[in-house]
Design a protein around this ligand. Structure first.
Ligand SMILES: [Zn+2]
Length: 332
């Protein structure tokens, strides 16, 4: 599969009567292609895929879901947003190779980070060598696998929400106000739910919805531990809404998953949007998007000051870290 084929697969939906729009832009200015199925009235669900470059198979998975729901008129009493690809710059590198990068300096930078090799099939990051699913402002920089230097994976960025793709998804989520979000990744056949610091009430709600998702997919439901800075984490932590990460594909398969695995993955996941929507109807009235924290973020995003506010948080994190280092040095 080429990058062009990946995108054409999404664009094809327009010929079937679905309207495509942009959930935002990548660092290189590519569109984060999205669509909506169902009604704009009532509860909304948001599904997003392809935030990790090598996990691009989740893009055609969402395309198939949207196609099925639209063509068979299956969505009632609410709507479902699909963000088909959150990291198009990264997906292009995995699918078309490092020679698809036009800027020589960027290309050299990426090859250097890749240990000098030109095989980018295992690449996860965006074009800035930031792992987008660690860049969100939710206990940013405190994950067990986080790294603090540009890398093909696990680099959290120089400050939270630094990346254009992350800012786009935040913005889009604030505009669309989903009741539940679901992020598609590979691999492991599991569903992650919950985040540190949640109230017991929210955790019970998320467990209840998660069990329904677990039942329809056959994937076990696991509480998230030692992982921070993800989109799911941000949705739970900031918006206080239920959010899930679904890891599709057998753990023993190599990255990136071959397209031959798609039919089985689709069969297991095709009812996820509708199961989530039914659950969203139950919890719709208890989720409040007018909380002061959301209003503040909306203001920050529209004023372009999101960066400034997150920078000051980074400064305090760095201060804490250097204070820790100073006290360690004293001990030695
Ligand atoms: Zn992933």
């Amino acid at each position: 599969m080429t990058y062009q084929e990946l995108i054409s697969n999404i664009v094809q939906l327009q010929e079937e009567g679905l309207e495509l729009f942009n959930a935002g832009k990548s660092v290189l200015g590519k569109n984060l292609l999205a669509t909506h199925v169902g009604s704009y009235d009532g509860p909304q669900i948001l599904l997003q895929a392809g935030i990790h470059a090598r996990e691009y198979i989740t893009t055609p998975l969402l395309v198939e879901m949207a196609r099925n729901l639209h063509n068979n008129n299956l969505v009632e009493g609410g709507g479902i947003y699909f963000v088909f690809i959150t990291n198009p710059d990264g997906a292009e590198i995995v699918l078309d190779g490092i020679d698809s990068v036009n800027c020589q300096i960027t290309k050299d930078y990426l090859i250097n980070a890749n240990g000098g090799g030109t095989d980018f099939s295992q690449y996860k990051a965006n074009i800035n060598l930031v792992d987008l699913n660690t860049n969100f402002d939710a206990n940013w920089g405190q994950g067990a696998q986080n790294v603090f230097c540009p890398s093909t994976e696990d680099f959290v960025g120089f400050y939270p929400n630094s990346e254009r793709e992350v800012q786009s998804l935040i913005n889009f989520t604030l505009q669309t106000k989903p009741v539940i979000t679901i992020s598609y990744h590979t691999k492991g056949n599991v569903i992650f739910y919950g985040f540190e610091g949640q109230s017991e009430q929210d955790l019970n709600r998320d467990l209840n919805i998660g069990e329904a998702l677990s039942e329809t997919t056959g994937y076990p439901l696991i509480f998230t531990e030692n992982s921070t800075g993800g989109y799911k984490d941000w949705c739970i932590d900031t918006l206080k809404i239920p959010a899930y990460t679904i890891e599709v594909g057998d753990e023993n398969l190599p990255h990136p998953l071959g397209l031959e695995t798609l039919p089985e993955i689709y069969q297991r996941n095709k009812n996820v949007p509708l199961v989530a929507l039914e659950k969203a109807k139950e919890f719709y009235n208890s989720i409040d998007f007018t909380t002061p924290v959301v209003q503040n973020i909306s203001k920050e995003v529209s004023n372009g000051t999101l960066r400034t506010s997150t920078l000051s948080r980074l400064e305090s994190l760095l201060e804490r870290r250097s204070a820790r280092r100073r006290s360690n040095n004293k001990k030695q």
